[in-house]
Design a protein around this ligand. Structure first.
Ligand code: UD1
Length: 385
């Protein structure tokens, strides 16, 4: 007998680097489900169809294409070419370009991941067309509404029909906002699924040799949050902090496109680039970056996902923010919040990390590499009605 979930169409929408990492786990899990169904003799009608839409929020080789190649993602079925712009522009362009795609494809479920502008835009278009929405990485809250991602998270979660969470606190946040518990599934972390699947391959990367680094003998820094990199005062302060850190140990700083633009505009790029102990690189591909952080002595970042990756890798992480939507990385992981307004405080936090032994790798509940499989199980159950 044919499975009632069979023949349904899932449409995934991605736009930025962290989206690509998360969807890779989900699409691979759907493929496994399809193979298992075929083995049970369900025939081709048993297949769950997958459509991939790339909004084009991140579009160039280093921010997008290298991730598709390394993560084994298929060519997108639809590429919306929205590119860069203000938040309103980017969100509106995704909405305008996605609507006809959804009308033509008529998916049974639109799957959105994370908290970027593409996530909210896609959820809103689908919900208005009465197409059910699944939000992967639902319920995370920093409590800071000046972060664009916090607004994207709050609104996407209100629109979603299925909410997949990475931690129990996220489920509690959703409950507090009135989301019905039967729509919420605690499944684990798709970003960590992808990390676990690719770590052996990443360890083959020659990036340490290329950058003349020794394992556990360097720090990795990443900065891209508008609150840190868009204003002159903040960026100057963080440049000074990185210089102080580079007096303690070599620092590799893969520079995000937004940060590179700001550093150049504020004439800070050259002086940082010429500093002994500090190596600025282009944005790195997934495997090189994973290899780099896996063997670092510490990581300094303002990213969301890197707080999670360092927790699982057992690498100390100093997050240059005053809040985090991922508190489990502090309670159970290797993450510490450090005030980004205090260069000496950042250097002191680095000294404290260097004086302490390396922490153990930690696995918050269900960060076991199986989140994608749990999502597919829940989606299949939901499709079966
Ligand atoms: C976006 C997300 C952020 C996420 C980050 C991951 C929002 C609100 N922000 O921030 O949550 O953590 O992605 O990297 O959605 N650019 C290029 N090449 C590209 C893409 C962008 O050069 O392929 C440059 C452009 O100058 C652009 C700038 O980077 O203006 C910022 O890109 P954008 O997607 O607007 O935001 P991010 O800062 O990357």
């Amino acid at each position: 007998m044919t499975d009632p979930a069979a023949g349904h169409k899932l449409l995934h929408v991605v736009g930025t680097r962290p989206n690509f990492v998360k969807v890779a786990s989900i699409m691979a899990a759907v493929e496994r489900w399809n193979i298992a169904s075929a083995a049970l003799g369900q025939g081709s009608s048993a297949l769950l169809q997958q459509i991939l839409v790339h909004t084009g929020q991140h579009y160039d080789e280093r921010m997008s294409r290298v991730f598709f190649r390394e993560l084994g993602l298929p060519e997108p079925d639809h590429y919306l070419e929205v590119g860069s712009g203000s938040h309103a522009m980017q969100t509106a362009r995704v909405m305008l370009a996605l609507e006809p795609v959804l009308l033509a494809e008529q998916p049974d479920l639109v799957v959105v991941v994370g908290d970027v502008n593409s996530t909210l835009a896609a959820a809103l278009v689908a919900a208005k067309l009465c197409i059910p929405v699944a939000h992967v990485e639902a319920g995370l809250r920093s409590g800071d509404r000046t972060m664009p991602e916090e607004l994207n998270r709050l609104l996407t979660d209100q629109l979603a029909d299925l909410s997949f969470t990475t931690s129990k606190d996220a489920g509690a946040n959703l409950a507090a906002e009135g989301i019905a518990p039967d729509r919420v599934f605690f499944v684990g972390n798709t970003m960590i699924d992808t990390l676990k699947a690719h770590l052996p391959e990443a360890m083959e990367s020659s990036i340490l040799t290329q950058l003349d680094l020794t394992p556990s003998g360097y720090a990795v820094a990443t900065l891209h949050r508008p609150s840190n990199v868009d204003s002159q005062d903040n960026l100057e302060l963080l440049a000074r902090a990185l210089s102080l850190v580079s007096e303690r140990l070599p620092v590799v700083f893969p520079v995000h496109a937004r940060t590179r633009d700001s550093l150049r505009r504020l004439a800070l790029f050259e002086s940082l680039d010429h500093r002994t102990g500090l190596t600025l690189t282009e944005p790195l591909g997934y495997l090189d970056f994973l290899s780099l952080i896996a063997r670092a002595r510490l990581v300094i970042t303002d990213s969301g996902g890197i707080q999670e990756e360092t927790t699982v890798l057992g690498v100390p992480c100093l997050t240059l923010r005053t809040s985090t939507e991922r508190p489990v990385t502090i309670w159970e992981g290797t993450n510490h919040l450090v005030n980004p307004d205090d260069a000496d405080g950042i250097a002191a936090a680095v000294d404290a990390v260097l004086a302490a032994p390396m922490p153990a790798a930690r696995m918050p509940e269900l960060w076991d590499g199986q989140a994608g499989n749990r999502i597919v199980e829940a989606v299949v159950e939901w499709l079966r009605g």
